[in-house]
Ligand binder design. Structure first.
Ligand code: TXA
Ligand code: MG
Length: 323
């Protein structure tokens, strides 16, 4: 089983493992990541292996500063502005890959673009100490719910990795927002931890939705699937169903629920994002066959929450390439 070390005591051990080409689960502000040296093909292969990814999908390369980012990616003025405004933080930028970036092609799945993100906290210190970027998808096995605590990572991947760095519950709770700046336009490739509206307000530009980028695994329909079936926008609760509630008012028949967890009793979308994955996991663990989900408004972080809920509810035969 993986060793679990608190973040303030884990830097040296994590660094030694990464230098040896091993993978390490680390906390970020969004969700836990399964990190490996992005320049080392063997390390990147271990990431896919530990996650049990059915296909090699491109991974986000995590950097510690803008200088490292610009050695890897080509930043047009718009992408640079976004980096300056939102990094470090839950924003991933897709930019053209520098030809001599040194990123292993397995990490980019051979694409000529790369997804870059600068995390805060432990991950940032670790990357700076290593002096190289870290590929890190969410630390969960393929198609499972993303992990927002070290315990969740250990339960899911503990047999397949050596170290989980425990930084406590991740503050944002959903993955980063992925944006591509191209031809003076901004495309939203995945809603996430920074609300699209916030990016629009800061840049004065509208984000294009429904952009056809690559088939990103985070975009696969049946991603984040729990064992239970998910019933979204539930106005009532059936006998024996578990209830994922939101806000102060309950769906009809809520008292019948086998178990109820409220994403945010006050209707705070930020709080709801933080609780989303751990509550889905807990309700799934109750053994209920169906998780009824109360409506979550589509504004702010609600866009990312509804996106993840829709993927969790999608038919399972589409679970072809979860991340
Ligand atoms: O918050 C996060 O983003 C977390 C933490 C650990 O940083 N990471 C994460 O990684 O969610 P992952 O691998 O689960 O999702 C990365 C997403 C995938 O949907 C992938 O397809 C997309 O980024 N992606 C990677 N490279 C891309 C590229 N060149 N163009 C478009 N999308 C890309
Ligand atoms: Mg993922």
């Amino acid at each position: 089983m993986a060793e679990i070390l608190p973040a303030d005591k884990a830097l040296d051990r994590a660094l030694a493992l990464l230098q040896a080409g091993e993978v390490v689960a680390i906390p970020t502000e969004t969700v836990y990541g399964l990190a490996g040296d992005a320049t080392n093909g063997e390390a990147v292969a271990r990431i896919y292996e530990a996650k049990g990814r059915p296909r090699f999908n491109p991974l986000i390369a995590h950097v510690c500063d803008l200088e490292m980012a610009e050695r890897i990616g080509v930043f047009d003025p718009l992408s640079r502005k976004l980096a300056e405004l939102f990094w470090p933080g839950p924003l991933t930028l897709v930019v053209p890959l520098q030809p001599d970036a040194g990123i292993h092609p397995l990490a980019t799945a051979g694409l000529d673009t790369i997804a870059l993100r600068m995390p805060r906290g432990f991950g940032n210190r670790l990357i700076a100490a290593l002096g190289r970027p870290l590929s890190a998808p969410s630390a969960n096995s393929s198609g499972h719910i993303s992990s927002t605590s070290a315990e969740a990572v250990a339960a899911d991947l503990g047999r397949r990795i050596k170290l989980v760095v425990d930084g406590g519950a991740t503050p944002v709770g959903v993955e980063s927002t992925i944006v591509r700046g191209e031809d003076g336009k901004l495309k939203l490739l995945r809603p996430g931890g920074i609300a699209a509206e916030e990016i629009e307000a800061a840049t004065g530009m509208k984000l294009e939705r429904g952009a056809k980028g690559i088939q990103a695994p985070g975009m696969m329909a049946s991603h984040y699937a729990p064992n239970a079936a998910m019933r979204l926008n539930a106005m009532s609760v059936g006998q024996g169903e578990a209830l994922l509630a939101f806000g102060p008012t309950r769906a009809k028949g809520a008292e019948r629920a086998a178990m109820t967890l409220n994403l945010s009793p006050t209707g705070d979308l930020r709080e709801a994002a933080t609780n989303l994955f751990s509550f889905m996991r807990e309700l799934d663990g109750s053994g209920a066959g169906v998780i009824a989900v109360e409506p979550v408004p589509m504004q702010g972080l609600g866009e990312a929450i509804n996106d993840r809920l829709a993927r969790a509810a999608a038919p399972r035969d589409m679970a072809e390439a979860g991340a």
